[in-house]
Design a protein around this ligand. Structure first.
Ligand code: NAD
Length: 486
């Protein structure tokens, strides 16, 4: 079993199948965005054979895992959560070096949320009250039946948190899992498998396959033993996952990209709105839920801009391990080039770059916080997800135009509205097409709430019972009135 030292933490570079590490001869290089010359690991690159091995292991383990009581499965999930909590420092150091998310934020918030994901679903599965009702001649009950081996595919931003968010309900519902994290940030999920082993999960219940999406990921989602697919990533890959799922007639959820409207009414607390808007540059804008389209009522547009510019100037670009840093580098040179491409095309299109619009330094992957006033609403920077520290600024006159602008892209993941008027906020929430709408706040999450996107931002809902239903086959049991206990 191959292991490497990453920030003082020993991390296995292979797959994890049947509670064993499996190394592939083929590997891919994993570099740190903090210093691209630093190669962190040669990670095993799985293909069809490894995918098959992992899914066979998951299928073998499924009947016994599915037959456990929810509280028995929950005990494993709680042990896993305890181990995550006990290794916060290690996880934060590895994830920070691997994908450059701010170390302090990982330590204080993100890793704790991952542990909470396991705890919340363990408890929800125990608390499940089946729906029961009587109709004309029968007593009816909705039963949940674990669906089977589940493939979970996750993106490179927040890989640890997002992977646990999807694997926790799948496991709690009685499914076995094969997780494939993104190849640009594969290490924290490998650490998770050490904890799976330490928590003494039965072999084959929770497996990991590393490798390229088009190879390992494609082989997993097309495998005939798969019963559920849960995907988070780009709409482009989401379409391919949908095609593979259709071939096997397997239900899938897809949590995809976003282009959230961030709407500020004149009656809003402008300081709060400006501060939250500047926060959209956090994590270098690599946040699917971010409100990247600032849409401000015309009467306060200039005042908002002044306060927003002041709040943005407080940002500190730097090394994500330094607590003073607020903006990290982008994940990968290819992604930096992609973000640069958007801004170059915006300039060519006649959009106005108000500030930023360049790399921060020639020798790193940082990009300046950037604001663009688009020529019109059809500009590419308004209509497509950039996934970098690039926001647009538009203004509106009247509620109707605010709603229309908010709804004017094909995405529908999240929306933010800032107003002191509750009725106005409620009209906004009714009118705007998005999976999550935040009024005067951002990123507040209740794990029991449904989560997902409209339009090209996704298919299906996870979160709370919605996730447990997705990972189950629901069946209705109908018992004729008068049937007596034997
Ligand atoms: P991506 O679609 O390129 O890759 C996501 C995952 O899919 C990776 O693990 C990749 O290896 C795998 N993959 C790629 N091709 C595949 C194929 N043919 N078959 C199976 N798997 C394949 O996305 P990304 O660049 O890693 O992530 C960024 C995207 O994710 C952005 O669009 C962002 O908005 C989105 N995202 C959405 C949410 C959400 O909750 N809605 C959360 C985080 C990120």
């Amino acid at each position: 079993m191959k292991r490497v030292d990453v920030a003082g933490v020993s991390v296995a570079t292979g797959h994890f199948i049947d509670n064993q590490r499996v190394d592939s001869l083929d590997t891919f290089e994993d570099h740190s965005p903090l210093d691209w010359s630093l190669k962190l690991a040669d990670v095993s690159a799985g293909g069809a054979q490894v995918a098959d091995q992992a899914l066979r292991a998951a299928a073998r383990a499924f009947p016994e895992w599915a037959a456990l009581l929810p509280k028995e499965r929950g005990a494993y999930l709680h042990r896993l959560a305890d181990l995550i909590d006990a290794h916060v420092e290690d996880l934060a150091r590895v994830e920070c070096l691997d994908m450059a998310m701010l170390e302090e934020s990982l330590r204080l918030r993100v890793v704790a949320r991952a542990a909470r994901n396991f705890r919340a679903y363990a408890d929800l599965a125990v608390d499940y009250e089946p729906r029961r009702w009587d109709s004309n001649t029968t007593h009816n009950t909705v039963l949940r039946m674990p669906a089977g081996p589940t493939v979970v595919i996750t993106p490179w931003n927040a890989p640890f948190m997002l992977s646990t968010w999807k694997c926790a309900p799948a496991l709690a519902a009685g499914n076995t899992v094969v997780l494939k994290p993104a190849e640009w940030s594969p290490l924290s999920c490998s650490l998770l498998m050490d904890f799976v082993q330490e928590a003494d999960f039965p072999p084959g219940v929770f497996n990991l396959v590393q490798g390229a999406g088009e190879v390992a990921g494609a082989a997993l989602v097309a495998h005939p033993l798969v019963r559920r697919i849960s995907f988070t990533g780009s709409p482009e890959t989401g379409r391919l996952i949908g095609v593979a799922a259709a071939q096997n007639l397997v239900p899938f959820t897809a949590e995809l990209g976003g282009k959230g409207p961030f709407v500020v009414f004149a009656d809003a607390d402008l300081d709060l709105a400006a501060k939250r808007a500047a926060g959209m540059y956090d994590d270098a804008g690599q946040v699917c839920l971010a409100g990247t389209r600032l849409i401000v009522e015309d009467s306060v547009r200039d005042e908002f801009f002044t306060r927003f510019s002041a709040a943005t100037s407080q940002h500190v670009l730097g090394d994500s391990r330094d607590p003073a840093t607020t903006i990290s580098p982008l994940i990968h040179p290819e992604h930096l080039a992609r973000v640069e491409g958007f801004v170059e095309r915006a300039r060519a299109n006649g959009d106005r770059v108000v500030f930023g619009g360049n790399r921060w330094r020639a020798d790193g992957l940082w990009y300046q916080p950037t604001l663009i006033e688009p020529r019109d609403n059809d500009s590419e920077v308004v209509q497509r997800e950039i996934f970098g520290p690039v926001l647009t600024l538009q203004s509106f006159h009247g509620e109707r135009e605010a709603h229309d602008l908010a709804n004017s892209t094909r995405y529908g993941l999240s929306a933010m509205v800032f107003t002191a008027d509750q009725a106005k906020a409620e009209r906004f929430a009714q009118a705007v097409r998005a999976g999550t709408i935040w009024t005067n706040c951002f990123l507040v999450r209740d794990l029991s709430a449904p989560f997902g996107g409209c339009g090209i931002s996704g298919i299906g809902r996870e979160g709370g019972d919605y996730a447990l239903d997705f990972y189950s086959d629901l069946k209705t049991s109908q018992v004729k009135e008068g049937t007596t206990h034997g």
